[in-house]
Design a binder for this molecule. Sequence first.
Ligand code: FES
Length: 345
Amino acid sequence: MITLTIDGTKVTVAENTTILEAANSAGIRIPTLCYHKRLNPIGSCRICVVEVEGYANPMTACTTPVVDGINVVTNSERIQKIRKESLQLILVNHPLDCPVCDKGGECTVQNLVYEFGIETAPYQLQKVERRSVYATPLIRFWPDRCIMCLRCVAACRDIKALGAIDVSGSGYDSQVSPVNVDKCESCGECLRVCPTGALTENLSRYKGRPWMTKRVETTCTYCGCGCQMELNVLHERIIGITTRESKGTNRGSLCVKGRFGYEFINSEERLTKPLIKKDGQFHEATWDQALSLIAEKFSAIKASHGPDAIAGLASARCTNEDNYLMQKFMRAAIGTNNIDHCARL
Ligand code: FES
């Protein structure tokens, strides 16, 4: 174990822990921007700089491992000045268009700019016309808002193992670009980790601000993984899906269906009543009529061909309890072991 001092507090942590992790474990906050818990340290923003006694230059807490006996200062006047300066430099690549940005209210850059009391962007560069950019029908990339923290690139590569986006060009001309378009699954992992509004989703645009929505925790129903998600609800309608790192085995990640496949819930075309086909036409029926018809048909097949003429295919979209009932129904009510499950493919 390693013992170090952070802002006068003795902290003992395991070897290879970073200064940032050590500070977090002691409840000492160091502001971050490019750091993300699920990604290897990127070290691109320099917002997390700290002073280590005996070293002239400040160090990034998210990339620097602890050393026994070091004395770390996280919030000196010098450090605060460097952080503010770094933020002002980041604003060179980021317009202050918060009123129309979807991310307003949950943007790390916006929050830090506010925290550090930055009222103007003193550094300006001539605007660069960006080349063709990454986009899908569900995801929009706003290159002018990108601060090149590279979380999206790291998440696409390291969490989803896709590598669909990467940095192209160099210097001020560099930008996040689609490099393996075919590999993009529109899963939205990139926009989930984006700390600004550089990556936004197309479905929920202009439907409501983050602080206006009620967040309802639920389990995704698209497969049996049980990913945890939050339905963002406004005026009794779902206008988006968000996730939390701390919730569920998915740890914030979702697939394209889980993250974007919610519009069917409020769709006018959704079936809400059973339909019974008569003479080639569907007719609305009550649940009692539909269930009676099913029971009648099952009984007739069973009587004429035996129970093994019937098979049941359960669904990964159902709960364990529903699937249990399904096999129980097939075995006990129908009398067959012909029961299978779509997730066994
Ligand atoms: S958070 Fe450490 S360098 Fe960005």
